[in-house]
Design a protein around this ligand. Sequence first.
Ligand code: ZN
Length: 131
Amino acid sequence: MLSEYGLTTSHQGFHNITAMVKEAVQESGIMDGTCTVFCPHTTAAITINENADPDVVHDMLIALEKAFPDRGEFRHAEGNSAAHIKASCIGASVTVIVNKGKLLLGTWQGIYFCEFDGPRSRHFFVKTQKD
Ligand code: ZN
């Protein structure tokens, strides 16, 4: 089953989308299989990381900014090359195992939509696949 969700983002940030992905898995009715979360944008990404301490994703943004700063020699006319690079480094999708109807995430793991070039109206897909 394929589900689509929308969200509105601010400038840069990690949005916890775990509840939406859980909802998609529940609606699909699958008990065992996999779930792929896919971001169809070139300046946003999907990742799994710490869900308890919001400082972790805050620090990830700082680290990404340091690793991939905007540079004068970039040629992309839209002026958001750093956001494109961050999106590719984090990746457009994650796959999570569905076990007994639930996402097999670790206790401290959450699924995040990562915005690197907002504010924008975004969407992402969740595809569930039965074993
Ligand atoms: Zn661009």
